[in-house]
Design a binder for this molecule. Sequence first.
Ligand code: A3P
Length: 288
Amino acid sequence: MARLDATEMFHGILYPGHLHTQDSLQLAVKFQFQDTDVLIVSFPKSGTTWMQEIVGLISSRGDPHLSQTVPNWTRAPWLEHIYLAEMLNASPSTLRVLTTHLPSHLLGPALQGSKTKVIYVSRNPKDVVVSFYHFHQFTNFLPEPGSFSEFLNQFLEGEQHYGSWFEHINGWMGQEAALNLLHVTFEEMSMDLPGTVDRVSSFLQRPLLEDERNSCVQHCSFSSMKDNKMCNYSLVPDEIVNHSKGSFMRKGKIGDWRNMFTKQQNQYFDGVFNSKMKDCSLEFVWEE
Ligand code: A3P
C-alpha cells in the first residue's frame, strides 16, 4: 500500500504532511485559548487517547453516550491538525477540550497569561519508543521505521516526527509554575485509574459522585476502550492506518520495552537518559 509519508518541517521539527500543513501549524501556535479550555498535551504514545477519554467522561459525569457515539478526534480536536476548525464546529462537548503534541517552546507563548487547564501526560520513554515503533508500522502517514535498533537511535537523537521526547518533557515540565498545569503519568493511570480520575476531576473542578466516578473508570478501562470504535481508531480508513498490521489499542502495559530492548540497547538508553534528564526531578516507573 502506498505510504502517505509527505512531511512538513516546522521550526526544525518533522510533522506528517497528511495531517499538518504550515498553515495548520501556524494557526495552532497562534491559537486564542480561553480560560475555560482544557488542553491535553503529550508526546505521541504517552496515553493521549486515554486522557481524552478520561476528560470526556468526567465532563459528562460518567455518562458514556458521547464517548460511544462521537469520535475522539471530534470530542477533543487536535490543535495542529488541518481539520481543527471543522472539528471544533462539530464538537458536541460542553467543555472545550483540545489535544496537542506540540512542544512548549512553540505553544507556550500562546498559553502565557491564560488560565487554560493544561494536562500534561507523560510515560516512561522506553515504553514510548516501543509503542511509537509499532505505531510507525501501523500507520501509513509516518515513515517505515526500519529496524528497532535504528529507530531507537533516532528516538534518542530526537530525529523523528514530533521531535525530541527529552525536549518535549523538559520543556513542558519547565512551564509547570507558569501555567495552570497538571502532570499525569501513564503509569499512574495504569496503577490507580480511580485515583487518577479523582485527581483530574478535582483539577477540572468537576467533582463526581461515587457512581459517576465508577462509570468513568469502567468506560476508560483498556478493555472498554479497545472495544469502543469511537476511540480505538478502527474507523480510520485502510489507506491511512494499516489495520492488518495491528491495532491502536495494542497492549496498554507498563514495561513492554523488556520484550524489545537488548541488554546493550538498555545500557545505551540509560546512559543517554541519565545525561539528558540530569536536571529533571521526575521519577519514572519502568515496570509494573
Ligand atoms: P501501547 O502501544 O503500548 O499498547 P497515545 O494515545 O498517546 O497514542 O498512546 C497510545 C498508547 O496508550 C498505546 O500503548 C495504547 O494501547 C495505550 N492506551 C490507550 N488507552 C489505554 C487504556 N485505557 N489502558 C491502557 N493503555 C491504553
